[in-house]
Design a protein around this ligand. Structure first.
Ligand code: MGD
Ligand code: MGD
Ligand code: MO
Length: 816
């Protein structure tokens, strides 16, 4: 979230699109209710299904799954053509006035620089014109056809209300009503918020779904402001913490971009990550990257990381590709992996194309499962009839189970969607032989280190040199780990040299051995260690900030600065410089968040700039970009600088209505497809129905089916269809049905519901089949299908999140 759960109560309008907060985030949903009751905020829900979020909305609009960019692109077109943008805000905070390059093109669905064979773009023609002074060229009048503003207008002029209805199946009056409601939010004293989750991410255009909405929020002037922002509702209780702590191969802790093959020396690596400012007076905050990286390396390797060896840069793996989930299982499927350790993860249930997953796991020599429960993955080699039709004798994989504790059985912290880190104590000890995960990992590491010491091996140095400062090396405590993540001074951190008086003694800002108070004092010279720069400040010398439980809200704006600790710097709204205008005056006097009082910034939150930087100095609200403003035209995306609608890889239309004659532009031209997976996609002729997968409030993925209370309220598997489709197929309420995709099939009871309706697209009905994800063959619920027997093995072109939310199936009544 750029904002926070508690900030939602400040909003005038909530858009829930690409998520179902009432059912998947029922506790957080109370802030929507607060806003509706106390601010008379309105709620819009756009979802292929009439959900329980939709049931309490002022306006509900149906949408065909996988078409959100068409809808949101239509909103952009509406805002630009009806003068419903917050122009002062957008000119100050975005690249609207920047000049794009003359060679940039967009033709029939494809941007300039496309390489069909590689399915990727050379981005040389994207981005801004840079003058000889090193700064981007701008046209403040916005008249030059090459300005981002004019390019944006041109790009989205094709997204007419008629086109939106043709692609999305959303009735035009509903669409226009939503445009009008959003357009009202361009007034300086109004803000709207967006709450989304997997209905947007789990698509081959997932990242661009979110970007399109971020563009709308920027045009409306809603970023960095109370009641605004782009708010991702995270999944597992601590998944925000997991991603903060480098769960991806592309990043190190704190989202530091990880080295790749091209970064052969530490100098090259750092140079690529410390861009110069692209506009005058911008700070380009990532200039500080070496402080964060070197401090991380000191946390990893202590005295073995020195200035002379580039802080042990050579020990950091250089990736040749992204090792995302799909790539990982692809390599396993190709037989290129011997062993696999799964910790708190049930991939046989959670990853697309179960048949491929099962074949991949069968090629391993060994599989280690760290889990408190028996999972489908741990038992993938056993035959469970049609639900897991394998021959155990043909599978060589040896499976080891390490029973772990569960969340209530360990002390530690959770980081929630609001970026708030909250400490908790364990309630009970783990049962039997179960151990907490960190002990299992620590014991494994100690054993491996001893084996390296005894037998040697390839590159033993990083294993030998890894710092392991825990009181009990076998059982690092969560407190020790969080203190290490926060970081400490290795030697005294001194105040900078005073330019006017260079020989004056320098004050000691942090004493050697003390905890770091914030990231601003991290050093590049090896005098500080920090396991994650964005967490610096969470466990200070005075103690554990994440254990704070102060419920006071001094400004009444839902900030709660003494409740836990939010990264970065306990800041509750990111980009909050944008809550005030050029001169430091809040856009909305009734929701004054930060204000320049002539000598300093003051207000409700920790300012996103130096507290005493004058408004002329603090011109950029988006300081992580070298241009200091937010990007409407972005070069970082795989499939183009402006989001474009592409159909899901399995499309019920068979073509892209925006580019009907270009086969290259049907689905995302830059999405990666592995060999063999293209053939596994189904066609609408054989699989005519759109399908999507989703959650039920009563279950948490694949593990609450082990809990009797959950099994009582939601005991048995089912799929859902509309009354119209039921009639067409002769299916009655409760009939057993078989749902088939080109990769597998599932059998379950059919719920015929008014909550799903077909869309009318180009005069034809398009139907959807809804598939809850929670079933499997372990647990105390009735056994049932794995939804991922059906789903395609393809992901978002940027994040590689699988396309779980839009694929094709057929459905028939089971007659025997
Ligand atoms: N009870 C419960 N709560 C949970 C979880 C759980 O298992 N059970 N899981 C947690 C986790 S890990 C996560 S990640 C979150 C997920 O939270 P959500 O994303 O809110 O959950 P889902 O039910 O997967 O999907 C949300 C909605 O997206 C809609 N949808 C599908 N396709 C599209 C589309 O193309 N466009 C639009 N606009 N909408 C679409 C679906 O109809 C569904 O209503 O939930 C968390 N909360
Ligand atoms: N078709 C389809 N597939 C999906 C999705 C979808 O919407 N549609 N959603 C995707 C999403 S967003 C998610 S997050 C995944 C969820 O996929 P998983 O994360 O694989 O699902 P969970 O059942 O939450 O599995 C977590 C496992 O962690 C174990 N566990 C709990 N606490 C601990 C602990 O402290 N330590 C250890 N070691 N283990 C523990 C549980 O027993 C459980 O077996 O599914 C994904 N798959
Ligand atoms: Mo998730």
């Amino acid at each position: 979230m750029t904002n926070s759960w508690t900030d939602i109560r400040n909003t005038d309008l909530v858009l829930i699109m690409g998520g179902n907060a009432a059912e998947a985030h029922p506790c957080g949903f109370k802030w929507v209710t607060e806003a509706m009751q106390h601010r008379k905020a309105r709620l819009i829900v756009v979802d292929p299904r009439f959900t329980r979020s939709a049931a309490v909305a002022d306006v509900y609009a149906p949408i065909r799954n996988g078409t959100d960019i068409a809808f949101l692109g239509g909103v952009i077109n509406y805002l630009l053509s009806n003068d419903k943008i917050h122009l002062d805000y957008a000119k100050f905070n975005t690249d609207l006035s920047f000049l794009t390059k003359p060679e940039y093109q967009f033709n029939n669905g494809i941007f300039s620089g496309y390489d069909e064979a590689k399915r990727s773009y050379n981005k040389a023609s994207w981005g801004y014109q840079v003058g000889e002074d090193g700064f981007v060229k701008v046209d403040e009048s916005l008249q030059d056809p090459l300005t981002v503003y004019q390019q944006l207008k041109k790009h989205y002029s094709r997204y007419t209300p008629e086109m939106v209805t043709r692609i999305c199946g959303t009735p035009q009056d509903k669409f226009l009503q939503i445009c009008q409601m959003l357009g009202e939010m361009s007034a300086p004293d109004k803000t709207s918020t967006i709450m989304y989750a997997l209905g947007w991410t789990q698509h081959t255009v997932g990242s661009q779904n979110i970007r399109t909405m971020a563009m709308i929020q920027l045009l409306l002037g809603n970023m960095g402001r109370p009641g605004g922002g782009v708010n991702a509702l995270r999944g597992h209780a601590n998944v925000q913490g997991v991603t903060d702590m480098n769960a991806y191969s592309e990043v190190l802790s704190g989202y530091l971009s990880a080295p790749g093959d091209a970064d052969t020396t530490v100098e090259e690596y750092l140079a690529r990550r410390t861009p110069k400012p692209l506009r005058p007076n911008q700070m380009a905050f990532t200039q500080n990257f070496p402080k964060w990286f070197n401090s991380l390396m000191k946390a990893y390797y202590g005295p073995a990381a020195t200035a002379e060896n580039g802080f042990a840069y050579d020990w950091v793996p250089k990736r040749d590709a992204g090792y995302d989930i799909l790539h990982m299982f692809e390599l396993m499927h190709q037989g290129k992996m011997n062993g696999f350790l799964v910790q708190g993860f049930n991939p046989l249930a959670a990853v697309p194309n179960k048949k491929k997953l099962s074949a991949a796991l069968s090629k391993l020599k060994y599989l280690v499962v760290m889990d408190p429960l028996e999972t489908e993955t741990g038992e993938f080699w056993k035959n469970f009839g049609p639900l897991n039709d394998v021959d155990p004798k043909a599978i060589q994989t040896e499976v080891f189970r390490f029973p772990t504790s569960c969340f209530a059985e360990e002390t530690g912290s959770f980081t929630n969607s609001s970026r708030v880190i909250a400490w908790k104590e364990k309630a009970v000890d783990p049962p039997g032989e179960a151990k907490v995960d960190s002990e299992i990992v620590a014991r494994l590491f100690m054993k491996l280190r001893a084996m390296y010491a005894k037998d040697g091996g390839t590159l033993p140095e990083p294993v030998a040199a890894l710092t392991w400062p825990y009181l009990n090396a076998q059982v690092p405590s969560s407190a020790e780990l969080l203190r290490e993540i926060n970081g400490r001074a290795i030697s005294d951190v001194l105040a900078p040299v005073d330019a006017k008086n260079p020989t004056a003694p320098r004050a000691v800002l942090v004493k050697a051995g003390e905890q770091m108070p914030n990231f601003a004092l991290l050093q590049a010279d090896g005098s500080t260690a920090c396991g994650n720069w964005i967490y610096a400040g969470c466990w200070q010398q005075s103690g554990n900030m994440t254990a704070r439980r102060d419920l006071s809200d001094p400004t009444g704006l839902g900030v709660y600065p003494g409740w836990g600790w939010a990264w970065p710097a306990n800041r509750r709204i990111l980009y909050n410089r944008a809550s005030a205008d050029k001169n430091g005056k809040p856009w909305d006097p009734n929701r004054s968040y930060l204000r320049w009082n002539g000598t300093a910034w003051g207000g409700a939150d920790v300012p996103d700039m130096r507290p005493n930087a004058t408004p002329e100095e603090a011109v950029g609200s988006f300081i992580m970009n070298p241009e200091g403003v937010a990007r409407l035209h972005a070069i970082g995306m795989a499939e183009g600088p402006f989001p474009e609608h592409y159909e899901p890889f399995e499309t019920p239309l068979g073509s892209n209505p925006l580019h009907p004659d270009n086969p290259l532009a049907i689905s995302n031209p830059a999405a990666r497809v592995f060999k063999g997976d293209m053939e596994a996609f189904g066609k609408k002729e054989e699989f005519p129905y759109a399908a999507t997968t989703y959650r039920l409030t009563e279950h948490q993925h694949f593990w609450t089916k082990h809990a009797r209370s959950n099994a009582i309220v939601q005991p048995a598997p089912f799929v859902e269809i509309s009354e119209e489709l039921a009639k067409e197929k002769g299916i009655r309420q409760g009939d057993q049905v078989r749902v088939r995709s080109n990769r597998g099939e599932v059998v379950a009871a059919c719920v015929v519901t008014k909550r799903i309706k077909p869309w009318t697209i180009d005069g034809k009905l398009v139907h959807m089949v809804g598939i809850p994800i929670h079933w499997g063959f372990k647990g105390v619920t009735q056994n049932g299908y794995l939804a991922n027997a059906l789903t395609p093995f393809v992901g978002d072109a940027n994040s590689q999140t699988p396309e779980f939310k839009a694929f094709l199936v057929n459905i028939e009544k089971v007659t025997t």
